[in-house]
Design a protein around this ligand. Structure first.
Ligand SMILES: [Zn+2]
Length: 286
């Protein structure tokens, strides 16, 4: 390949707060995360965890929905940003041809060590997403980003790529020290799976067995997601302390979440602005 490498390619960490709405993220006022850069409102390419992560790993990070521009022009421009992220100088969309899959490109063309740690079982290592990774781990708990930190390592010899799929912001918006018996239960919604057999069912679908949710309950759920972001901001601060200086970090979501707007709860088979609206912030560790 003709991709030139800078003398010190950046490590790259892509952090996905699963299901985190843009406005939940803003409301939390994440001070540590803001040090990366300005928090942008962007739009996910998909409304569900699996397809959204496929897009992210294809290099299609959430878009800005630009008007009066051809999609091909936007892709070209967006892909040039990977040069800044990785510290390279001639990556473009066609660099990913033919696989169009970022981990494969990083590993085979740029010599990265490639790792994924995921919280949601629909992203488990048996899925097709696990291609081009040196390691791909489904975490023991669906909601413990801090457990990922101790498993991250970096080398002076080789740059590293990490995908971290973080589950604290996913229903039931529980922090790792909250006992499961205290988690809010919504009849018909199964957000967490214990066994591989259950994965196919997908916990993301909305079933309104109850009359639908009352506003107080929906607000409580939304407040829990905001609280999860506040908590994660502290974990991210710990992460920043561990990362080498030549590391570029992107923090975003795979899709948003509905808390009653339009009669919807959750994400997945929903056509609504709030299920596509996601936060996006990135920058280099200094
Ligand atoms: Zn998701």
């Amino acid at each position: 390949m003709s991709i030139s490498k800078s003398p010190t390619p950046n490590n790259y960490v892509l952090i996905v707060f699963d299901s985190c709405r843009y406005d939940s993220f803003l409301r939390a006022g994440p001070a540590a995360i803001k040090k990366l850069g300005q928090i942008e409102r962007r739009w996910s390419y998909a409304t569900w965890t699996g397809p959204s992560h496929y897009n992210l790993l294809s290099g299609l990070l959430p878009h800005s929905s630009p008007r009066h521009v051809y999609a091909s022009e936007y892709y070209k421009k967006e892909f040039l940003k990977f040069n800044e992220r990785l510290g390279t100088d001639n990556i473009e969309f066609k660099s990913l041809i033919p696989k169009l899959y970022f981990p494969v490109f990083l590993k085979e063309s740029l010599g990265y060590r490639t790792h994924a740690m995921v919280s949601l079982p629909v992203l488990n290592p048996k899925t097709i997403l696990n291609s081009g990774f040196d390691s791909f781990e489904l975490m023991e708990k669906h909601n413990d980003m801090r457990a990922m930190l101790g498993k991250m390592s970096f080398s002076d010899e080789q740059p590293s790529f990490y995908l971290l799929n973080v589950g604290e912001t996913h229903y039931p918006y529980a922090l790792p020290d909250e006992p499961p018996e205290l988690w809010p239960r919504i009849s018909g919604v199964h957000g967490v799976f214990k066994h591989l057999d259950d994965h196919v069912v997908g916990g993301e679908l909305v079933v309104g067995e109850e009359k639908f949710f009352d506003n107080t309950r929906l607000k409580e759920l939304r407040d829990r997601q905001i609280e999860a972001v506040r908590y994660l901001d502290r974990v991210v601060e710990e992460l920043f302390d561990h990362l080498p200086h030549n590391t570029y970090v992107t923090i975003t979501s795979d899709h948003g979440e509905l808390f009653g707007e339009g009669g919807y709860f959750g994400h997945g088979p929903i056509q609504h602005k709030k299920v596509l609206e996601v936060p996006f912030v990135e920058g280099k560790i200094r």
